[in-house]
Write a protein that binds this ligand. Sequence first.
Ligand SMILES: [Cu+2]
Ligand SMILES: [Zn+2]
Length: 209
Amino acid sequence: MIMKKISFLISAILILTISCKEANKNTETIPADETFDEVTQEQEEVTEEKLEQAEGEEEYPELRITLEPKSGSSAKGDVIFTDNNGTVEMTATLMGLSEGEHAIHLHEKADCTADDATSAGGHWNPTFEPHGKWGATEGYHKGDIGNFTADAEGNGTVRFSTDEWCIGCDDEKKNIIGKSVVVHEGSDDFTSQPSGDAGARVSCGGVIQ
Ligand SMILES: [Cu+2]
Ligand SMILES: [Zn+2]
């Protein structure tokens, strides 16, 4: 009789232990919701980061173009335009030029297909002013960037910034998209019409978004 009672107790303990373990298992599976919440939170954080990045890109759009040799020259380069809160900054890096002064302009068409780059058309002049030095009271084209100097190795850098340009805005008197960057064999005298008598077009690149 005692033995039976003991075995009953043992079985009871065993059953209790097993059901406890199962209960534990059940409680272990409950936090699944927590895990889901954590994942959702992480995803939200990633989405926010992406939004911040997109906003940053909108504020500072950057445009890179390549200038190809034209008119039998070996002049080439890269131009970077950035729009920083309404001021467009241009940095042009040229190589393969002859030593000395060269004119650089924005021309009216983003078409550099012709061997002599005449396909780029004349200077970009949306305000119908005479050709001149940038900022001159007598007038100037919106493409009249000016001159820069190439060193003895044929390298030159141009830095220019203005709030009279924009990258892709709705104002066609400011929007540089669809124009081209042209570098000339000679320098701009700022007085000869319509283009400063700067000689052959030795390097050209279209400003296309
Ligand atoms: Cu030009
Ligand atoms: Zn001009």
